[in-house]
Design a binder for this molecule. Structure first.
Ligand code: HEC
Length: 201
């Protein structure tokens, strides 16, 4: 993943240098389509996954499991509790979808899914999602990249492993009444983040 990002940055850097030589305005460089869908997905995922990890470790795991001062609950408003990491993730994704509607150049969507979902709505739907989730669960440390056609449109689709980064990930899923799997361990793949970018011209 790092290597891929690095390559794009180098390509971008080279273009900036060439651009300067041929007096290309900074504005033009900023508008060139130089970042590949894969590099874009990798960068987006890095931000999402870091935010998700920090929320789980520094907020949920610390306050729920270590200091035991508050609970995390699906009904966090009624229960006056913390929102679950997966809910934080979905709220962000819903707000992105809403805000991206007003930005013609910004076009992507993302979701958190699993082959063992607590919430059935988070089960994979397309063939690419199913194959990707299986791949990231069986190939530790690897991401899955493919293209798919949905409703006549072509998409670049990336699936990244979602890992049990804190003890609270494991305990909550293993104990949850709706969980179809109860043997998760810390460090294991629990699901995946799917990022989809349209690639039609
Ligand atoms: C306090 C309980 C709790 C904690 C902590 C928690 N989860 Fe979840 N998780 C849930 C619930 C409940 C859902 C379903 C939420 C929804 O979509 O309504 C869920 C959803 C998910 C999903 C989507 C598939 C599914 O099961 O519905 C994944 C993947 C996931 N969690 C992984 C993790 C990981 C990794 C962590 C730690 C970083 C974590 N969870 C922390 C309870 C928890």
């Amino acid at each position: 993943m790092k290597q891929n990002l690095f390559t794009s940055i180098v390509v971008f850097g080279t273009t900036v240098v060439l651009g300067a030589a041929s007096t290309l305005a900074v504005g033009d460089v900023a508008n060139e389509k130089l970042i590949t869908p894969r590099a874009m997905a990798d960068a987006l995922h890095l931000v999402m996954d870091s935010d998700r990890t920090i929320y789980t470790r520094k907020i949920v795991n610390r306050l729920v499991k270590k200091d035991k001062v508050i609970k995390a609950s699906e009904h966090f408003q009624d229960d006056k509790a913390l929102a679950l990491p997966a809910q934080m993730f979905r709220f962000g994704s819903e707000l992105v979808a809403k805000r991206a509607d007003a930005l013609p150049d910004v076009n992507f969507s993302y979701s958190l899914q699993s082959l063992w979902p607590v919430n059935r709505q988070n089960a994979p739907k397309t063939e690419a999602e199913k194959t990707g989730l299986k791949y990231v669960a069986e190939n530790v440390g690897k991401n899955y990249y493919t293209t798919e056609k949905l409703g006549g449109k072509s998409y670049f689709t990336a699936v990244y492993p979602d890992i049990a980064v804190a003890p609270v990930c494991v305990s909550c899923h293993n104990d949850h009444k709706d969980s179809p799997r109860r043997d998760f361990k810390i460090g294991q793949v629990m699901g995946g983040v799917v990022i989809r970018i349209p690639v039609d011209q």
